[in-house]
Design a binder for this molecule. Sequence first.
Ligand SMILES: [Cu+2]
Length: 183
Amino acid sequence: MNARLGLLGAGLVLGGAILIGAGAVVGGGSGLAGMMGSRSVSGPSGMMGSGRTPMMGGYGNTGTTAAGPGDAGFVAGTIAAPRVIRVLAGPGYTFSPSTIEVARGETVTFEVTSMGGLVHEFMVGPSDAVAADTAGTPEVADIGMMQTKSVTTTFDGSGPYAFACHAAGHYEAGMRGTITVVG
Ligand SMILES: [Cu+2]
């Protein structure tokens, strides 16, 4: 009993350290509760501490951090502490979510996890550059099954912005999404 409690305590300390290390980007009180619910302190980086609701711990997560622009508790990302938005690539040629809102000027880290057996890419930036797969547009590539990779960018224009996967044939199959600048 005592040993088990000690282990749990050590896990919480470890989890807290990781949360601080990640910049504690999410406001509100759901972060600690979410971690206590999942207890996956040895899981892959990026799978916890993103501030989703406690009921949605683990791999079943879809969508973004809890509070978006205009929501109560929303905290805009900064270069020092980007807002983390989780995106699922796949299964199939899909992104979830496929529409994302950001605040004007904020810095966002997209943590992209590939679901299913396909290897994906994630490019994000001005819509025309993303559509044309323009070199120099922020992106991560070679995101293998159940891997998570991240890319950080600042939305300092008025948009429109978009994101897409340019692995062969994926964009043409519809693997893209839109980002709306709010404010
Ligand atoms: Cu893809």
